[in-house]
Structures are given as structure tokens and as C-alpha cells.
Design a protein around this ligand. Structure first.
Ligand code: 0O2
Length: 211
């Protein structure tokens, strides 16, 4: 059974979502400038690419239902911190912490919470670094703080998370034990692979310094 907003609440949500879009646009401007500076001037390829999305009303409704609260626009604003989301994909795990340091120091944003699922992966095997922040949006003579979640992860972590997300969706959150066990094993292997690739990268960098 899919959970939906009532017509009235859907209209209220439609009025709420543009503010999240504007928050996302404001933050994306800062992040795109950072990306261009890093790749163009600093010769530091710490960002592969950046994606952003607004959570679909259906997903908002399902998450509120899962949280056990009424499916209303007001509750979406109150309980969900990832209606506006940004995903930054980086080459190596080390770049995640490098970027988190830069993002934390960006003027005009307020970091609410940071979750390090790399040093402490979730029981599912999920690895990523989350920063939940408030971004001020100026419109019609007033300012509203918009909550945005940034997820920073490597390409390999993203590959894993995308597949696991599909499995969750397919099995309606009840992934069979043998599959979830396998996903945990693969997540560990992916982490090892990330580390080994980073070592090779470091060796190549050292050779380049000598030549
Ligand atoms: P979707 O469809 O990707 O948006 P919080 O409100 O932050 O305290 P929440 O929302 O459970 O509580 O936060 P958490 O655990 O930090 O997860 C937020 C998002 O991280 C999820 O949003 C996923 O995108 C991702 N995530 C967290 N755990 C997992 C996991 O085990 N597997 C995968 N594939 N992704 C995960 P949504 O709304 O669940 O999903």
C-alpha cells in the first residue's frame, strides 16, 4: 500500500517545496564555485561530481508514515531533514574529510549535525558522511532557514548504496537475511578496495614528484 498526502495537505506541501528548491539553489551555487575552484585553480580533484534532488511527495509521505506521524506538510517540515538533498561523489575517502572541513567553514551556513558513517558504518554496511545544515534563503524581504542534507561518499560507496537502496525498495525494507549478509560483506570489501586504490594513487603521486 502506498502512503499519500490528502489533497489539502498535498496543496500545502506544494507551497512548501519551493523554499527547499531555493535553499538547494543557494547551496549549489556555493558548492559549484568550490568545485570549479578546486578543479580549475587548485589542481585538486577532490570532487568527481555533485547531484541534488528534492524528495518526491510520495517518499516524504512514506518516511512520515514510517516515523509514525501524520502525513502533513507541517510534519514534513518539522520531522524531515532531507527534503532537500545534495550528494557529493569524491575519488577517495580522504577527500570526504577534506571537503567536510571546507563545507563546515562556509560562511552563511549553520551545521546542525554531522554523521560519520565511514568511521562508524551502519549495521547494513552503509558508508557515507552526512552533514545536515541550515541555509538562509532571502525572498520577499524576509529570510527563512532551509534544512539541507549533504551526503559525501566515494564512487564505490555510492555504487553500493544505490544497489542496496534498490533492494530495500524491492523487498519493502525487508531484505532477506542471506542478501543483507552478502551486502555487509560487499560493503567491507568495497571499503578495502577504496583503501587499496588510494594507496596506488599515493604511490603514483610520489613517483610524479620524483620525475
Ligand atoms: P532516500 O530515498 O535516499 O532519500 P535523521 O532524520 O537524519 O535523524 P534518517 O532520515 O534515518 O534520520 O537519517 P539517516 O539514517 O542519516 O539517513 C538519511 C539518508 O541516508 C537516507 O534517506 C538514505 O539516503 C541514506 N541512508 C541511510 N542509511 C542507509 C542505508 O542503510 N542504505 C542506503 N542505501 N542508504 C542509507 P532515506 O529517506 O532513507 O532514503
Amino acid at each position: 500500500m502506498s502512503i499519500r498526502f490528502s489533497n489539502e495537505e498535498f496543496r500545502a506541501l506544494k507551497n512548501l517545496l519551493p523554499i527547499y528548491q531555493w535553499g538547494l539553489k543557494t547551496l549549489m551555487t556555493k558548492l559549484n564555485i568550490l568545485h570549479e575552484d578546486l578543479t580549475g585553480f587548485q589542481k585538486n580533484n577532490a570532487i568527481e561530481y555533485i547531484k541534488s534532488r528534492i524528495k518526491a511527495p510520495e517518499s516524504i509521505a512514506e518516511k512520515l508514515h514510517k516515523l509514525g506521524v501524520e502525513v502533513t506538510a507541517e510534519n514534513a517540515k518539522k520531522h524531515l531533514r532531507d527534503i532537500a538533498g545534495v550528494r557529493i561523489i569524491v575519488p577517495f575517502a580522504r577527500d570526504i574529510y577534506f571537503l567536510a572541513d571546507i563545507i563546515r567553514s562556509m560562511p552563511g551556513i549553520t551545521v546542525l549535525v554531522e554523521k560519520d558513517f565511514i568511521s562508524s558504518p551502519k549495521p547494513s554496511g552503509y558508508r557515507s558522511y552526512h552533514i545536515i545544515m541550515e541555509v538562509p534563503v532571502f525572498f520577499s524581504g524576509k529570510t527563512e532557514n532551509v534544512t539541507v542534507e549533504i551526503q559525501i561518499r566515494t564512487e564505490a560507496m555510492n555504487f553500493w548504496a544505490t544497489l542496496e537502496h534498490k533492494a530495500r525498495y524491492k523487498y519493502k525494507e525487508r531484505i532477506p537475511q542471506h542478501l543483507s549478509d552478502e551486502l555487509v560483506v560487499i560493503a567491507d570489501k568495497i571499503s578495502e578496495l577504496d583503501n587499496r586504490m588510494f594507496l596506488i594513487h599515493e604511490i603514483i603521486s610520489l613517483i610524479n614528484q620524483d620525475t
